[in-house]
Design a protein around this ligand. Sequence first.
Ligand code: MV4
Length: 499
Amino acid sequence: MFKKILVANRGEIAIRVARACQELGIATVGVYSTIDKTSYHLRYMDEAIWIGDSAPLSSYLNIDAIIDAAKKTKSEAIHPGYGFLAENSQFARACENAGLIFIGPNSNALALVGDKVTSRKTVKKLGVPIIPGMEMISKDLQEFKTSAKKVGYPVIIKASMGGGGKGMRIVRNEKELESSIAAGQREALSAFGDESVYLEKYIEQPRHIEFQVLRDNFGNTIHLYERECSIQRRHQKIIEETPSPALDDNLRVKMGEAAKRVIETADYTSAGTVEFLLDKDKNFYFLEVNARIQVEHPITEMVTGVDLVRQQILIASGKSMNLKQEQISQRGHAIETRIYAEDPENNFLPYPGKILFLSEPSGPGIRVDSGIYQGWDVPPHYDPILSKLIAWSETRGMSIIRVSYALKKYVILGIKTNIGYLNRILNTNSFIEGNYHTHFIDENEKELKSKAGNLDIALLAATLDKEKAKLSLTTETSLKSNPWKEIGEWEICKKKITK
Ligand code: MV4
């Protein structure tokens, strides 16, 4: 087993990885940018090393600085978390060349799954359904026209090297085709440095369902069932749950087997996610492979009891997987809500700033993967995710109630967050009935808009904190960040906020 691992990330996922290392008796090296010198993840690490200025390109995306930090600290392996360099095949190769173990798939497998047109071709050969469309990139308008006629409008233009919806264009008729291809190419070039686009049949109102898989270096593959990730806004997932309300056991088995078949190609190892779209008639289609531990991995851990990050580390260290498919089952139901520093009333603009008061929920079946603390200044340089609240219960209904009560107990003052917005999603009829798809947020925009007249305690706390500075109060209690003292009794505030 490794003696020391460098965690090339920040925030809640860096802490999640550090915990897994600690439990395996592995020392950890944390990394930080200039602004992150006081960030929470460093408190969970045995050592911390500065890797560059605050801008992501100078630090968490800086391959040379991270490899240097690993060498300097005599780390044997690097865990990339999610985002940043997690799926960067150049980074994986740089690790391989430096004699460091990249905790993830090897660089060849990474390069393959990053290319959508190639992976579509590969997957189709395995007999796994792909969305009808082109199996080559093309620059020839005539080829696009022919393909669109064949699959029927509407169609969608996609970037081959892309992800996250960038470079995508929905095309409803042949007249729009040429300009949509050009727009897709421009966007793909600026986002991914590669203008290759192709065309697929557009699936209306699909669900996004993904399967978690693990594969070791000895060819042992298991899947750990699905995650329903259809609650998204601008291609950012907000709430995920498992099991999916849309699958029955028969379909679940079929999709799980398909996911394993996908991951068994291209000598893929480590944890991976196979994404599918599910159409209204419950046909499923392969979408892409995510070659990383995902933000939403905890819901799988809650229902299967498998520690996915520990498995990643064991697999990377060359151990044979001790889990068999027959041992894996789904028990109960889990829901994750992502807590962001953003303003739902101002187009979800990031809302960095100082956390003046923090009280996080706990209790049976509650898990909080958090990267924040009271008094910390949320920096503006990175993704505004603060933490994840995950709830497990025996049934779907009880886990909705559990996560909803826990959200009401989640108090973050000084900055704006999406906590109230998350509870409004959970309280819609569509969500409660489990009857939703990827356009849920757009279609329910009105109902989800904040009700007017809510007392904004977070902002009030921030204002009072500034006032206090102006008055330069100097008593011991006033120096501590405690907005409740200024606002009044907790009970009075609580009634005003929640009712
Ligand atoms: C699609 C699709 C419908 N038909 N592909 C979005 C992210 C990327 N990984 C794949 N995505 C989609 N691919 C076909 N053939 C619908 C989505 C999709 C989506 C598309 C437009 C606007 C919002 C969307 C939200 C979720 C999924």
